[in-house]
Design a protein around this ligand. Structure first.
Ligand code: AMP
Ligand code: TRP
Length: 343
């Protein structure tokens, strides 16, 4: 965990994060989320990771594909190094307390807060009238995910920062409204070289599973050839690589490839540039390609193997959900009591 991060002393450090099973995992998910989750787990901090299927259905999901994507995501977590014995790994809908606490938070959060969320504006687009009510309430459910476990730290990519600020606002308002110090004011953990991995075709756009061009991203299911081709064809500029970080200014594609190299090799951007400064992309790309293939193909192989054993995946999710409920259920019960629900 980051040194100097402030946590209310009353709460023991606990990490929570979630990923939507909305089909396909990218290198962005791996470097911005999964790899960092595994690193956190390996530091021995209690960690809870959730496949947020209730969030996924805020936009239409084909039921058969949703079930497949949830299992594939679980396989992705395990293949990335998350150990279901050490961490709690489960899917949101098997722990009904998430939806129950989300309802309370729907009554704490204000319409004005939700309307300011950029993800809502982006996803609802011009046709807000036709977006689901769930899409609008999405951040209150996310706050419930986190606060249901009194989680103190939430590792995410840059794009989730605003949602985490809203989670803090909900915790603060709840505590104030009811005159309690019940929910922690959670710290976002957005750190490392790859909190925002960009498209390989356009350095100004986030690498995303929803980009129409498959060449824009590396999928966790890509084989060695696909990875190598995508890196070879990645957009770059004609200059050599700089030796200092300042030299990446105004060169989004170069910055992105260097960030990816740094994150995959567990180095800082400064360390990478000290090594590769002065090299042309014709030399750097094969280095990156080799590194990416070495790091990523064992993950795709392991995911494919795990997907042959769906019963085991389902058992892991069931067991994880039971363990999650043991923590969640007393916290929900206490919340109901604070709010004045007769039990
Ligand atoms: P999602 O797939 O949108 O549910 O995102 C799951 C996690 O991956 C979140 O923590 C995101 O912030 C992170 N993430 C998704 N895309 C990227 C990206 N291109 N770069 C870094 N992190 C990402
Ligand atoms: N909104 C997150 C995303 O799209 C997923 C998410 C749901 C999440 N609940 C969470 C992330 C709780 C961290 C903590 O990436």
């Amino acid at each position: 965990m980051t040194e100097g991060v402030q946590t209310s002393p009353a709460f023991t450090p606990r990490v929570f994060s979630g990923i939507q099973p909305s089909g396909g995992l990218t290198l962005g998910n791996y470097l911005g989320a999964l790899k960092r989750f595994a690193d956190t787990q390996n530091k021995g901090i209690e960690s809870i990771y959730c496949m947020v299927d209730l969030h996924a259905i805020t936009v239409w999901q084909d039921p058969a594909k949703l079930a497949h994507a949830t299992r594939e995501l679980c396989a992705g977590f395990i293949a990335s190094g998350i150990d279901p014995e050490k961490s709690i790994l489960f899917n949101q809908s098997q722990v009904p307390e998430h939806a129950q606490l989300a309802w309370i938070f729907n009554c704490v959060a204000r319409m004005g807060w939700m309307k300011r969320m950029t993800q809502w504006k982006d996803k609802a687009g011009k046709n807000q009238e036709n977006a689901s009510l769930g899409l609008f309430a999405y951040p209150a459910l996310m706050a419930a995910d986190i606060l249901l476990y009194h989680a103190t730290h939430v590792p995410v990519g840059e794009d989730q920062k605003q949602h985490l600020e809203l989670t803090r606002d909900i915790a603060i308002k709840f505590n104030n409204d009811f005159g309690v110090e019940f929910f922690p004011v959670t710290e976002p953990v957005i750190e490392g070289a790859a909190t925002r991995v960009m498209s390989l075709r356009d350095g100004s756009k986030k690498m995303s599973k929803s980009d129409p061009s498959d060449m824009s991203r590396i999928n966790l299911t890509d084989d060695a050839d696909a990875i190598a081709t995508k890196i070879r064809k990645a957009k770059t500029d004609p200059e050599a690589l700089p030796s200092e970080v300042d030299g990446l200014e105004g060169r989004p594609e170069a910055r992105n490839l260097v960030n990816i190299y740094a994150a995959l090799s567990d180095q800082t951007v400064e360390q990478v540039l000290a090594d590769v400064g002065g090299k042309q992309f014709s030399e750097f790309k094969p280095m990156l390609s080799e590194l990416a293939v070495t790091k990523m193909t064992p993950i795709s192989t392991e995911m494919a193997r795990l997907m042959q054993h769906q019963d085991e995946i389902d058992a892991i999710l069931r067991r994880g959900s039971e363990r999650a409920r043991e923590i969640a259920s007393p916290i929900l019960a206490k919340t109901y009591e604070i709010v004045g629900m007769v039990r």
